[in-house]
Design a protein around this ligand. Sequence first.
Ligand code: UDX
Ligand code: ADP
Length: 452
Amino acid sequence: MKICCIGAGYVGGPTMAVIAFKAPDIQVTVVDMNAVRIAEWNSDTLPIYEPGLDEVVKQARGRNLFFSTDVKGAIAAADIIFVSVNTPTKTYGVGSGRAADLRFIESVARTIAEVATTPKIIVEKSTIPVKTAETIQNILAANTLGVTFQVLSNPEFLAEGTAVQDLFNPDRVLIGGERTPEGEQAVATLAGVYARWVPRERILTTNLWSSELSKLVANAFLAQRISSINAISALCEATGADVDEVANAIGKDSRIGPKFLKASVGFGGSCFQKDILNLSYLCESFGLPEVSAYWAGVVKMNDYQKQRFSAKIVRSLFNTVADKRIAVLGFAFKKDTDDTRESAAINVVRDLLAEQANVVVYDPKVTAEEINLDVLGKGHANPRLTVATSAVEASRGAHAIAIVTEWDEFKTLDYAKIFEGMHKPAFIFDGRNILDLAKLRAIGFRAFGIGK
Ligand code: UDX
Ligand code: ADP
């Protein structure tokens, strides 16, 4: 069996590496039109950072895992084609700012229709609006060679930072297909790939639309929990309750459960915001404005939380941060990844720059180029934004420290020493609630958490 995956990104790369690792008899080729990215996948420095990924790639690469820019060749040879290209939020035209931009998906479908000469199973891996499979099917039907295609939906539920672990041991694998004999056959073929290492009872099969929708809904529910606890964090700050204590107390109710209740500066990542906006737009398109508004509220609350954090910094520093040095620790949207897409840090840094602060960012995995690009945009510079090579360096001479990503190394810094090198009064804003505020206050810091 030959598998090809179009798109060597955060989803396609790790997913295919794990399939190749677990199924040595299947030849897996990951293709991308981005030649630099492919060269990186073929090098010792992979284009993305994921704990455990290096070992998996090293084992399988060259054996049955290949990275290539020959998109057409890999499509022609494959039995199963995973489509794992990016589906950003549209920035133009109808649905701008909310709907998913499907231009990459469509272009892939056209390429497949053009080069396929044998039957293929096409697997949607990218998150896409419900009924995209239909679009793909329609484009494929234009194939003039009479080739048959089965389109399946197989959404990815891996979280960055734990991708390899999630792929090795998924809560479930979801496969949606057409309820026809050919569709069922295709679903069984794909289920057979995962069954090499995933227990059968964790492989769920549904119709196409249920599978497509489940991905959006899973992310919407997860994000909703964060926005819910973040909403409560504002109330905690107003009343003197402690949000971690509230989360712990409610999480003990087995109906609620303890996970995804960590109050924070706001969720980021490539999925949550995009998928909720997409879901909300979908509801509106189907004439359900109340449902649409309900889900849009989750994103609104997240925007409020990010803005509330920077506003608190400014207010606490006597309503002005102009020319003050603020150390921002962490820039990735969460720990153990170098991904910065939709990271709350981007908003926080922009807000502080708008207040004319001198912002010094440090992140263990994110490059200075990426930080500048994300905050200022291509080709722009701002002398007030600098990047340090350590947390200690960033904090030296600072008036305040803002922790935006929960990197483990920030938990064990020598804060007493850092305090000595800072302007007084020295402030610390823990946007992730990873530090002991009482200890920081004992050192002399004016310390604030989220919802405390
Ligand atoms: C998410 C989903 O978890 C995953 O199933 C889906 O496939 C893709 O989207 P990811 O974005 O990689 O994964 O990371 P996740 O761990 O879900 O965190 C998302 C954001 O929420 C991060 O910014 C994180 O810091 C934040 N978060 C998470 C909180 O603020 N509080 C929490 O309790 C949990
Ligand atoms: P994700 O987080 O969903 O994996 P990424 O942006 O990290 O998203 O990766 C998507 C990849 O898909 C990019 O590397 C991009 O170059 C690739 N891609 C997009 N369109 C095509 C296409 N038509 N052919 C080949 N690769 C594509």
